[in-house]
Design a protein around this ligand. Structure first.
Ligand code: SAH
Ligand code: SF4
Ligand code: F3S
Length: 452
């Protein structure tokens, strides 16, 4: 596959989207957000222009997520609404990309025949060419490629915190998860490309990078064979990048060596997202997670003994098939025991092709799932309030991301622990590291004022 770069002049044949205006609507995870940025770069490189609303555009690109049935329904209802736009103007092209495109290609074609283009995550480099072709008749691209496919366009916007994908796909097959069917098997990006992209971000003024992958811990450089700890050490040498974070880690693959690299590379934030999913060994086994509750807790102990200030976050699924009241209590106990700085919690959603959906009845009633989710969230809210209260009066280092959306005189940023800090400041500190004195808090954010 060719790599797209604007370092070389674009041949006339490459400017096939000249005069087109595009709008991208992104659902889903950070990887989708990052993919959307790169797809925007591809379209800009082919001569198209980005516009701020679907109504003003003639290419509407919807980058989709399939992780839960709710995420798919959101896409379908948007596609339903777009029918009107398409009827009003045949010149408008609708492209569906991402995980729903990969998983539900046939269903999209049947239910929304006015969709012009369906492209799965492994086929983005072909996007500009296919948009040209789909003016004549609908196109699809959902084939798998075995190796890493580089998309670098040189069209990256200015920013403060940037995503850098280091691997894509997953070989774990957690029994509930559709991602191995939407992103395919693990593919690792060459470290040289990761380093180059990080250097480019630094040169554009970015101060933080977030390394992305479904399971970053198993990263191996396809050229040199070196692993993830070595990559962190290498990225720690990029001048200008002050903070490095990464998502997602799998507890089974989280090694002592990686924890040591986190401790020793000063740029790596003492912050880790380590999804536990459930607190009961029976449920973890049925989920095919590959660790027990006590193995997970041992990892946490190891991390906290190396980095006593580490902030941990996690994902929780409630109402997995067969989850008893006792199993659920085990999840609540883990939350109380670990005291995560933040959690993302979901009720179980059976997904096509997954082992749990094929073999286990969705046995926990909807109302009970809702009740369990509420209990998880209210316990966690209490924990976060307590943790935030302890920070009152403290001065924290914060990377300012810009004015807050609600109030332009208030700025928002994050600290090394990835907590959101909203603060007042007499001057605009966007893009810089500042010290903020914490004067108040809620369950989901901290409040403060700039330390003079
Ligand atoms: N390792 C992945 C996880 C992706 S999915 C990564 O790249 O981040 C993010 C979270 O969604 C999972 O950790 C899990 O908690 C939740 N999830 C995945 N499949 C789900 C399902 N079928 N029902 C409910 N939640 C699910
Ligand atoms: Fe899904 Fe499990 Fe892979 Fe994460 S590790 S993407 S939850 S299969
Ligand atoms: Fe969703 Fe695909 Fe990300 S299913 S969570 S957009 S990898």
């Amino acid at each position: 596959m060719p790599s797209h770069s604007t370092d070389q002049p674009i041949p006339a044949s490459g400017r096939r989207l000249c005069g087109s205006r595009f709008f991208i609507h992104t659902f889903g995870c950070q990887m989708n957000k990052n993919d959307s940025e790169h797809m925007a770069g591809l379209l800009l490189g082919a001569g198209a222009e980005e516009v701020p609303s679907a109504e003003d555009s003639d290419i509407i690109l919807i980058n989709t997520c399939a992780v839960r049935s709710k995420s798919v329904n959101k896409v379908y209802s948007l596609l339903g609404r777009l029918k009107r736009i398409k009827q009003a103007s045949q010149g408008v092209q609708i492209a569906v990309t991402g995980c729903v495109a990969q998983l539900h290609r046939d269903e999209i074609q049947q239910r929304y025949p006015y969709v012009d283009l369906i492209v799965g995550p492994d086929n983005y480099p072909a996007l500009p060419e296919m948009l040209g072709k789909s003016r004549l008749r609908p196109q699809t691209a959902t084939a798998w490629h075995s190796g890493w496919q580089e998309i670098r366009t040189g069209y990256r916007a200015k920013g403060i915190s940037g995503f850098v994908t280091i691997m894509e796909g997953c070989n774990n097959f957690c029994s509930y998860c559709v991602v191995p069917f939407t992103r395919g098997r693990e593919k690792f990006r060459p470290a040289s490309q990761i380093l180059e992209e990080t250097q480019e971000l630094a040169a554009k003024g970015y101060r933080e990078v977030q390394l992305l992958g479904q399971n970053v811990n198993v990263y191996r450089d396809p050229d040199q064979g070196s692993g993830f700890p070595a990559l962190l050490r290498e990225l720690g040498r990029v001048r200008g990048i002050a903070w490095i974070r990464f998502i997602t880690s799998h507890p089974r693959d989280f090694s002592h060596e990686l924890a040591r690299a986190m401790k020793e590379v000063p740029q790596v934030c003492h912050q880790l997202h380590l999804p536990i999913q459930a607190g009961s060994d029976d449920v973890l086994r049925a989920m095919n997670r590959g660790y027990t509750r006590s193995e997970y807790l041992e990892r946490i102990d190891m991390l906290r003994s190396l980095m006593p200030d580490i902030a941990l976050s996690t994902d929780i699924i409630v109402g997995f098939p067969g989850e008893s009241g006792q199993d659920f209590e085990d999840t609540l106990r883990v939350l109380a025991e670990v005291r995560f700085a933040n959690i993302f919690s979901f009720h179980y959603s059976p997904r096509p092709r997954t082992a749990s959906a094929r073999t286990l009845p969705d046995s926990v009633p909807r109302e009970e799932k809702k009740r369990r989710l509420m209990l998880v969230q209210s316990l966690q809210k209490q924990i976060q309030l307590e943790m935030h209260r302890a920070l009152k009066g403290r001065s924290l280092e914060v990377l300012c991301m810009g004015p807050s959306k609600k109030d332009g005189s208030v700025y928002t940023g994050r600290n090394a622990a990835n907590q959101v800090v909203n603060f007042s400041a007499p001057r605009d500190p966007t893009g810089t590291f500042v010290r903020v004195e914490i004067t108040g808090y809620g369950p989901y954010s901290l409040k403060g004022k700039l330390d003079p």
